[in-house]
Design a protein around this ligand. Structure first.
Ligand code: PMM
Length: 307
C-alpha cells in the first residue's frame, strides 16, 4: 500500500514526504514565516534539499477560526511561488479549495491538487481537476474553518469519516476524476475535536482508510491535538513549533501502517522516519528462526498493516 503509484509523482518505494510552504500571514503552524514570495521559494528549495518529495504550496490559512481570503489574493500569493519552484523541477502540489486557483496552479506546473474540502467548498473543483488530469487529494471536511469545530460531533468517528470520504470519492468519480488520481486524507484537525480523541482514533484505525484502496495522506504536523498531548502539567499547551518530535513519531507509525505520504513542516527528521519505516517493512516478510522455532513473516500476516 505504501508504494502505490500516483501518476506524475515520485515513486521511491516508501512513504512520501510532502513539505509545507504556507504563503500566508496567519497559518497557525508557522506564523507567517513564508509570506514573502522570495522567502517562500527559498523555503521550498530548502525543504527539497532536506528530502521533501513534494512541496505543498498554499495561500489560504485553514487554522480553526480562520477567515477566507479572496481568490485574487490567493492567486497572487501562490502562482509566483509555484512557477519558481517548478522552474527548479520541484514536484509541487497546490493546497487550495478553489477550482480557479487549482487550474492556475496546474497551468503553472503544479502536479497535484490538495483540496482540504474534498470538492465540497467549490463545486467546480472535481471537474477542473478531472480535466487537468492530475492527482487529487480528497480530504475529509465538514465546513469552513471559521466554524468547523462546531461540526466535530460523531458517534463513531472512524466509521463516519470513512463513510463521508467514500461518498466524496463517489462524487468526484462521478465528475470524471480517474480513480488512479485519487488520494484520501482523513483530515486530522478539521472538524475533529482534540479533547475527545477524534484524531487519535483516526490514526489508530488508519487501516479503515488504506483498505478503501486509494493511497492515503496524513497531515498531523504541528496540529492542535499534539500541542495538547504535550501540554505542561498545569495545562499550558506546547507551542506548535515544538511539536516536531511528536510529528516524527506519528510519521514513523503511519508510514509503517501503509500511509502513502505525510504532510509535514520540518522535513529532514520526517524523511529519516519514513526510511526507518520502509526498512522495517522491507525486512518483515522474510522467514527467520529464533529460539529454535522458525517463523515465516507472511504466515502471521492477518491482513492488518504490518510494522
Ligand atoms: N492540514 C492543513 C492544511 N492542508 N492538507 C491536507 N491534505 N491534509 C492536512 O491535514 C492539511 C492540509 C493545515 O495545516 P497547516 O496550516 O499547518 O498547513
Amino acid at each position: 500500500m505504501t508504494t502505490a503509484a500516483v501518476p506524475g509523482l515520485p515513486e521511491p518505494g516508501r512513504c512520501l514526504v510532502m513539505g509545507v510552504v504556507n504563503v500566508t500571514p496567519d497559518s497557525f503552524s508557522d506564523g507567517g514565516a513564508w509570506f514573502d514570495p522570495e522567502k517562500a521559494i527559498r523555503h521550498g528549495l530548502d525543504l527539497v534539499a532536506e528530502g521533501a518529495d513534494i512541496v505543498d504550496v498554499g495561500g489560504e490559512s485553514t487554522r480553526p477560526g480562520a477567515q477566507r481570503v479572496t481568490e485574487e489574493e490567493e492567486l497572487r500569493r501562490v502562482v509566483p511561488v509555484i512557477e519558481a519552484l517548478v522552474a527548479e523541477n520541484v514536484p509541487v502540489s497546490v493546497d487550495t479549495m478553489r477550482a480557479e486557483v487549482a487550474e492556475a496552479a496546474v497551468n503553472a506546473g503544479a502536479r497535484l491538487v490538495n483540496d482540504v474540502s474534498g470538492g465540497l467548498a467549490d463545486p467546480d473543483m472535481p471537474r477542473v481537476v478531472a480535466a487537468a488530469g492530475v492527482p487529487y487529494v480528497v480530504m475529509h471536511w465538514r465546513g469552513h474553518s471559521h466554524d468547523m469545530q462546531t461540526r466535530a460531533v460523531y458517534t463513531d468517528v472512524v466509521r463516519e469519516v470513512r463513510d463521508e470520504l467514500s461518498h466524496r470519492v463517489d462524487a468526484v468519480l462521478g465528475e470524471g476524476v480517474d480513480p488512479s488520481m485519487i488520494v484520501l486524507d482523513p483530515g486530522l484537525g478539521f472538524a475533529k475535536n482534540p479533547e475527545t480523541g477524534h484524531n487519535w482514533s483516526l490514526l489508530a484505525h488508519l487501516d479503515a482508510f488504506t483498505s478503501l484502496g486509494y493511497p492515503v495522506l496524513v497531515g498531523a504536523s504541528r496540529k492542535g491535538f499534539l500541542t495538547r498531548l504535550l501540554a505542561e502539567p498545569d495545562g499550558t499547551r506546547r507551542p506548535f513549533g515544538e511539536c516536531d518530535d511528536a510529528t516524527v513519531a506519528i510519521t514513523s507509525l503511519v508510514a509503517a501502517a501503509g500511509a502513502w505520504c505525510v504532510r509535514v513542516h520540518r522535513v529532514r527528521p520526517n524523511a529519516d522516519a519514513v526510511r526507518v519505516a520502509a526498512a522495517m517493512r522491507a525486512a518483515r516478510p522474510v522467514s527467520y528462526s529464533y529460539d529454535g522455532a522458525s517463523y515465516d513473516g507472511a504466515s502471521y500476516d492477518n491482513g492488518s498493516p504490518r510494522l
